[in-house]
Design a protein. Structure first.
Length: 407
């Protein structure tokens, strides 16, 4: 089976972002299939390609994956107009590849929603199978966040969403809420499969914790770490609110560490400086391999999002699965399926959104109770192994593509 795989933000483990597509492509190859991966150039991603002119399209083999990288750079610092143009330009370039590349099945993974366009066109003109993976519900999320308000744009996005869902031979949702959102658009349950983000249990291992020196202080303060994008959706001001409460309580033995980048990072750093939040530390984004070592030096993971109901069941954040794979108790500050899981598995503390004192109490509780922290960390690792092992999920992914291809 030859798979033409579209992921605009594709990255290997050398990048500082999610590697789901890399891991899934590798599993396809292990099962005897070939993969042509088409991607753009994201600031925190690393396609694995070396050499050549980055201003032109590049092509080469990366760990057995045939990678085509288009010269369309993307950054979280770009404004919405520039992002929209990059998304559209990438989709148009990909349409051409559907007529020139050899393939048996197309797989496209969002975001952005425009990534479905080449799959829709291929389905229309070649009738080859098209599988669409939905990582976020568009336009529901940008509407809820107030990022997209133009009624014409929202109508166009809604029409594209409907067309993508109904053109696809099958759809994959990364969370229960995403699957439900697809069903609400008139797609039968038989055409939808839940395959959430996974935990790289071979890379993030609790055994590594405590074996490396702390990155901040030789005295080893309690470290609660957030890893990932620093965007509007992440709602990281809530963590700074909690840091302010901690200082008021004279709990300077707790540090909040933010590793990553995004449009809101300058604002967060300036606020921390202005308010004297010396317990907040900001680090540059690091490759996935290095992230595993940084989390090994942490004591808890922060799973934070803005208080937007569409997020409650409609997201599947990579960072949560990194935390639990590393055996870290998780502090989760918004309701939904992950908060329910944290409570069910007793692998962290779920707190109400926008409650800075509850946030601070959760940090203090984990800092002061070694036994509770250890038990929660052990439960987190068990959850990762039993329900979110990336290897098992990759196997389900390949099984699904093989079934759709045969059908």
């Amino acid at each position: 089976m030859r798979v033409l795989y579209f992921h605009q933000h594709f990255s290997t483990r050398q990048g500082a972002t999610g590697t789901r597509s890399y891991e899934f492509a590798r599993r396809l190859i292990e099962r005897g299939h070939s993969v042509t991966m088409v991607c753009g150039s994201a600031a925190v991603a690393d396609s694995g390609l070396r050499g050549g002119d980055p201003r032109a399209a590049r092509r080469g083999s990366v760990d057995g994956i045939d990678v085509i990288q288009l010269p369309l750079p993307y950054s979280n610092y770009d404004n919405m107009l520039k992002r929209a143009w990059i998304f559209l330009a990438f989709a148009l370039r990909c349409i051409g590849l559907t007529f020139t590349e050899k393939y048996d099945i197309i797989f496209a993974t969002s975001t952005p929603l425009t990534i479905a366009v080449p799959g829709i066109c291929s389905r229309l003109f070649t009738r080859r199978p098209f599988i669409f993976e939905v990582r976020d519900l568009w336009p529901e999320l940008p509407r809820a966040m107030g990022v997209v308000t133009n009624p014409v744009a929202l109508t166009a996005l809604g029409a594209l969403e409907w067309l993508a869902y109904h053109s696809a031979s099958h759809l994959i949702g990364l969370s229960p809420g995403i699957c439900e959102g697809i069903r609400r658009r008139g797609v039968t349950a038989e055409k939808i499969t839940l395959i959430p983000n996974g935990a790289d249990i071979d890379l993030f291992r609790p055994a590594e914790r405590g074996t490396r020196s702390r990155p901040l202080s030789e005295n080893g303060p309690f470290i609660a770490m957030f890893s990932g994008a620093h965007g509007l959706a992440n709602g990281l001001d809530a963590a700074l609110d909690a840091a302010k409460v901690l200082l008021a309580w004279r709990r300077d033995d707790i540090k909040l560490v933010f590793t990553g980048d995004g449009a809101r990072k300058p604002h967060l750093m300036e606020r921390a400086r202005r308010e004297g939040l010396v317990n907040c530390v900001f680090l540059d984004p690091v490759p996935k391999l290095e992230m595993a070592r940084k989390l090994a030096a942490a004591d808890a993971g922060l799973m934070l999002l803005a208080n937007i109901p569409s997020f409650y069941y409609g997201t599947s954040p990579n960072k949560f699965f990194d935390y639990i794979a590393c055996g870290l108790p998780v502090i989760n500050n918004y309701p939904g399926w992950l908060a329910d899981m944290v409570a069910e598995w007793h692998c962290g503390i779920a707190i109400p959104p926008e409650d800075s004192e509850a946030f601070a109490r959760a940090l203090v509780s984990l800092r002061d109770n070694d036994k509770m922290r250890e038990d929660m960390g052990n439960n987190a690792r068990k959850l990762a192994e039993k329900q979110f092992d990336r290897s098992a999920l990759a196997g389900q992914f390949v099984d699904l593509l093989e079934r759709v291809s045969r059908r």
